[in-house]
Design a protein around this ligand. Structure first.
Ligand code: MSP
Length: 501
């Protein structure tokens, strides 16, 4: 029997302390493109996302809203699920840290490390940034402010349990050096290795000054520190230590933003080492979506609502824009103007135009039927060759997580298709080869487009009247000449609207 390969990808789980923003949308779209691609590659995929619902930040927001924390997160989590639906995110699990299935696993990890003797009781006297739920020393601050949020951290003094994270420094360095793919891109790996030159302090893993959290299993006066809770969601989603974890753990990719790399590599890595659980294969760090070169921030009024944008311009144009505009692993800028420009020039005029002209021609001039090809000329042979070359190239780029480059190649194939159509002048002589190969090119593009723009891909599939769903195809089938002569297609409709800037 052939063993089906498994693939497990996660996004960070979002704080539902405010409404979902473009950063959340970007991360989910990128993870979704990878998950969809892997499914087309034949992997059995588990793709998880969710919400991080405990901690001081949430407790305070709930209080401000005059609600219990539970009611507050129940209401807010709905918006994050809605975001996933609106963006066509094909998640397999949406996990919330207030679910009992998660608390059980989070407590089990705590208990294992405690029983190993690596958690001890003490007093924490120091600084804490509630926005990022992170402990800081004065040395970590920039002008006395949190390096991520720019606010002044609070002084905290409370009884806490500590995890002997410090003793894992050498093992972490060794692991990072031995597994070059553990932290990607390389710049982030180097950043962490540099920070690990300094001694590593023990980590405070419980809190007593408030109670919105998972109770510490060995001492109910304490709740687990929110990161000692949230990170463990990656195990709970696969039902560790049983359930699907045998098949899916260790995770293939944790996709996260650049502000939480330390948490996902050093903190998570040492927790897993201490608990005797394998480390994820890759922590992939994407950049930030900025607005006019600056971090999105409510105080500056620079926050864009992804739901509104998907509604106004369409989900697929938004997905297309974010992947094509932002180099994966680096920061990029969002603006409605560039979204519209890319939509009009690249989606409507290039991709949409190709699909529309090929299918309209078949529909109107060939009685809806794909004609039978005859002797191929050089251009025809080039097209057949390109189906193979681009399917292989885009596939390799996606295997290597080069999302932007992969999408760019796909658009190059559409551009080639338009040039081919123009050069063949099907309105002049015999259009048979042009239409037959054109239909197969359109089908090839539909399959490869699926990870990026799933609903447009499915629409193209329907115009072509291909059997089944585009979501269930094999990547390799993209290059096959599987739209046969005599096959009847449907009248196409424009795929993309144009917008005025
Ligand atoms: N709850 C933690 C993560 C816990 S994971 C075990 C958290 N939540 S968050 O809501 O602040 O961020 C969720 C994800 O969105 C993170 O990966 C974060 O880096 C990412 N982004 C937040 N703002 C962003 C941008 N402006 N641009 C791109 N991604 C950004 O951190």
């Amino acid at each position: 029997m052939v063993k089906i390969k498994s693939f497990f990808i996660t996004t960070a789980i979002d704080y539902p302390s405010g409404m979902p923003h473009m950063g959340h949308a970007y991360e989910k779209i990128c993870a979704d493109a990878i998950a969809r691609f892997k499914r087309l590659r034949g992997f059995d995929v588990h793709f998880s996302t969710g919400t991080d619902e405990h901690g001081m930040k949430i407790e305070r927001k709930a209080k401000k809203a005059g609600k219990t924390p539970q009611r507050f997160v129940d209401e807010m989590a709905v918006f994050f699920r809605r975001l996933c639906e609106a963006l066509d995110i094909s998640y397999d699990d949406f996990i919330r840290t207030t679910e009992p299935r998660h608390a059980k696993v989070a407590q089990e990890i705590f208990r294992r490390i405690y029983e190993k003797g690596e958690i001890y009781k003490g007093m924490y006297d120091g600084l804490y940034c509630v926005e990022c739920e992170t402990y800081y020393t004065a040395k970590d601050l920039v002008d006395g402010k949190c390096p991520v949020h720019g606010n002044e951290p609070e002084e905290v003094s409370e009884e806490s349990y500590f995890f002997q994270m410090g003793k894992y420094r050498d093992r972490l360095v060794e692991h990072i050096k031995k597994h070059p793919d553990f932290i990607r891109p390389e710049s982030k790996r180097n950043e962490i290795l540099n920070r690990l030159h300094e001694p590593l302090k023990d980590l405070c893993v419980s809190r007593t000054s408030f109670d919105w959290g998972i109770p510490v299993p060995i001492d109910k006066k304490h709740v687990q520190y929110v990161w000692m809770d949230a990170l463990i969601n990656y195990l709970s989603t696969v039902g560790w230590p049983a359930g699907k974890s045998g098949k899916f753990w260790p995770a293939d990719i944790h996709l996260i933003g650049k502000d939480i790399v330390w948490h996902h590599t050093v903190i998570w890595g040492s927790i897993l080492m201490a608990a005797g659980v394998a480390l994820p294969k890759t922590v992939y760090v994407h950049g930030f979506v900025n607005i006019k070169g600056e971090k999105m921030s409510k105080s500056r009024g620079a926050v864009v609502d992804p739901l509104e944008l998907a509604d106004a311009y369409g989900t697929d144009p938004l997905r297309y824009f974010l992947i094509s505009e932002i180099p994966f692993g680096e920061d990029g800028d969002f603006s409605v103007g560039s979204l519209i420009t890319r939509n009009n020039n690249e989606l409507a005029d290039n991709l949409g135009n190709l699909i529309n002209r090929v299918l309209t021609f078949i529909h109107n001039k060939s009685a809806k039927k794909v004609p039978k090809p005859s002797r191929y000329d050089d251009l025809d042979r080039q097209l057949i060759q390109n189906l193979k070359v681009y399917t292989d190239n885009v596939g390799k780029l996606m295997d290597d997580l080069q999302l932007q480059e992969a999408l760019d190649q796909l658009m190059m194939l559409a551009k080639f298709g338009n040039e081919y159509f123009q050069a063949k002048e099907p309105w002049g002589g015999d259009p048979a080869n042009c239409l037959y190969l054109g239909a197969n090119l359109v089908k090839c593009i539909a399959v490869m487009l699926e990870p990026f723009m799933p609903s447009s891909a499915e629409r193209i599939w329907a115009f072509l009247r291909m059997p089944g769903s585009v979501h269930k195809q094999r990547w390799e089938s993209a290059k096959e000449l599987s739209v046969k002569a005599g096959h009847t297609i449907q009248k196409p409709a424009p795929l993309f609207k144009k917008f005025k800037i």
